[in-house]
Ligand binder design. Sequence first.
Ligand code: PRP
Length: 188
Amino acid sequence: MPQRAYVIEQMISAKSIAARVEELAIEIAAEFRDTDKLVVVGLLRGSFVFIADLVRELELPVEVDFMEASSYGNATQSTREVRILKDLRGEIAGRDVLVVEDIVDTGYTLAHVLGILRSRRPARLRTIALLDKPARRETPVRADWIGFEIPDEFVVGYGIDYAQRNRNLPYIGRVRFSAEDDAVTSGS
Ligand code: PRP
């Protein structure tokens, strides 16, 4: 698929994200203060920046593990099929688990992953998402902690991509596609 021309406008600054991550880490540490060793599960690939910042703010013993789930492909529309491309390395039965997502959109990815993890009988299973787009939700799932609620706009940065680009932006940006491209697309 040919790439459409776009520009990126900053939506949430790196400084705002850092301040919010600090606040969230304090709340999470309070919730899990009695936990022997919290298993923090990052959903690849989008959560890699968020989980790295979050665990460094968490004043708790943690184990870090990853799962990879994919629902997008290279398009801006979510599909309903969620594929598990990589499973956890460790066991979670009887453990306290925190699932870390970059963004909850339709909710299918998080709902699917939570279903799998729940079946493994963790002691406590909680979720955190940096971004939540409630307007797009198609399945009733909500993260226990949310960094920022955002409108239905296409976003990139801080781990989130558009066609595998822009994950390395230190801020969250909204993607603005060029009007010329829109004309071409709607005319085709
Ligand atoms: C994106 C994002 C979330 C998911 C949210 O992942 O990182 O995991 O989609 O969408 P949903 O709520 O509609 O399911 P993607 O599948 O693009 O993979 P990536 O994290 O590797 O970019």
